[in-house]
Design a binder for this molecule. Sequence first.
Ligand SMILES: Cc1cc2nc3c(=O)[nH]c(=O)nc-3n(C[C@H](O)[C@H](O)[C@H](O)COP(=O)(O)OP(=O)(O)OC[C@H]3O[C@@H](n4cnc5c(N)ncnc54)[C@H](O)[C@@H]3O)c2cc1C
Length: 205
Amino acid sequence: MVGSGVLLSKIATEAYNKGLSGLEFASGIPGTIGGAIRMNAGAYGSEFKDIVVSSKYLDKDLKLHEINNQEHEFQYRISRFSKNKNDIIVSTILQLKEQNKEQIKLKMEENKKSRIEKQPIEFPSAGSTFKRGKDYITAQLIDKCGLKGYNVGDAYVSEKHAGFIINKGNAKAKDVLCLVEYIKEKVYKEFNVNIELELEVLGED
Ligand SMILES: Cc1cc2nc3c(=O)[nH]c(=O)nc-3n(C[C@H](O)[C@H](O)[C@H](O)COP(=O)(O)OP(=O)(O)OC[C@H]3O[C@@H](n4cnc5c(N)ncnc54)[C@H](O)[C@@H]3O)c2cc1C
């Protein structure tokens, strides 16, 4: 059982130390268990949906509930908590498998290497800007529109990975959102596809 405030990097390392496999995909995702369950965080072909057994949460009247995996209503980057915004995840039970520690370490290192090579983690960002489509890779469409390096103020489409908007200085939320709108328009004009934000917008200035 894991508390919702525990960092993914910490719990993945703890699992490795105990020779437990299943959290390798999450070791490089910045965030906590609560945020990761809420958005069914995933990477490298795995997601939280695959390892969650059950979670406890408090509703707005502070009543405690326990739900099983299916009741989380996990889908791509969403869960029941995406629509029930007043519910607070308190803890989660994850199912991991015993495995050779060397194999776990190897997988974590491969994932880390791939993240360093492919993602602009040297710059501040909010992660992947848009959701992946069912039959297209959004970053490839953005790239094909020639938008890598395009900017609004200090908000740039990363040269390294077109799916990321990075902050090269003092980008404000409004710069990022203006860039998002421009990208959406360009992709729609070019490919007739409405790409969908993965980011959650909390403020617009
Ligand atoms: C560089 C970078 C790389 C990333 N790579 C990936 C990736 O590979 N895969 C991926 O899936 N994501 C990726 N992300 C996104 C990342 O998963 C989310 O930013 C993170 O999971 C959010 O978790 P958090 O704990 O920071 O939550 P917050 O950002 O604090 O919150 C996110 C949402 O979850 C809700 N929430 C948080 N805790 C709880 C709780 N206890 N109960 C109920 N709701 C809660 C908040 O209200 C909010 O709506 C990346 C982000 C960055 C910046």
